[in-house]
Write a protein that binds this ligand. Sequence first.
Ligand code: PMP
Length: 360
Amino acid sequence: MKRAYNFCAGPAAIPEPVLLMARDELLNWGESGTSIMEMSHRSGEFQRIAQEAESDLRDLMYIPDNYKILFLQGGASCQFAVIPMNLLRGKTTADYVRTGIWSHKAVEQAKPFCDVNIVADTMDKGYNYIPEFSSWTLNPEAAYLHYASNETVGGVEFFWIPETGDVPIVADMSSNILSRPIDVTQYGLIYAGAQKNIGPSGITVVIVRDDLIGDALPITPIPLNYAVQAQDASLYNTPPTFAWYLTGLVFKWLKQQGGPEGIAVINERKARKVYDVIDATDFYINAVAPDCRSWMNIPFQIHDRGMDKMFISEAADNGLLNLNGFRSVGGMRVSIYNAVPEEAVDALVIFMKDFEKRHG
Ligand code: PMP
């Protein structure tokens, strides 16, 4: 069986060794006689799987002991509301950076809970750059500052961390977590839906500094209360057990790749190969400012937009799948998360050059 090269933005490619391992263990995990899917989340076997995933993630990201790691449900979209519910801690305002569709959605969901101060905004200018930090209108009284470290639709990535003094930083890392090393201690909270760099959809990782939890708004539903889930090792209610198991396998695979340090070298090279083709001529266009071009998601168009659809369908005929842009944006988007092999990028680059030769 030949598997296609999958450039989907999410749910995205999963490392093949992980899929093979899951297949081998599907009917009978260990000596249990049952599938993981059939096992109690309170069983010793599952607790071992869960704890190992947590400690592997702690190792991979050098997460200090004063940070809790939660495995939750509801996706990153649910966190857009759950974060203000948990982190306002008696304050009434929060700072938000708006650099794309996802941080905009985070802003909209925070508004029912607090005054949202948008400290930097590129909404009216096409979401294709990050405003100079010196122009940000930070509020020292904010409960936190929220930003998306990688905008999955616009392909805008932060390669630096804002300096906010005592105001904790909250980062939506859904589409670039584990893609390169980051200093967790600079953050109050990091969150990510799993379905890009962590595993399958259905599980959301939240890494939160423990002094920030325990003062959730009274309306917070119990399973969404970070302090409760931290106390119960994310087992207050039934978690998505199979997704959790798969994320654990992905963490083990990533360790074998040298962790974020090892994979970052490959990720940078993969991205550069695609940008080099885009920049070589005027045929392909990527409008993102060079200093914040994402390593994970590369949106582009053909100068004659009439050709976009032909590109996507010819690419699919060549085994290069899911290159269509986000539904409201159109054009193309290449998502090259950790699990997309470099040979997939090489095949794409050959196809892009050939398409340009035939149609340019
Ligand atoms: N934030 C970012 C940066 C995303 O890319 C996405 C999904 N593509 C989300 C949030 C929303 O995630 P979910 O669909 O899991 O709620």
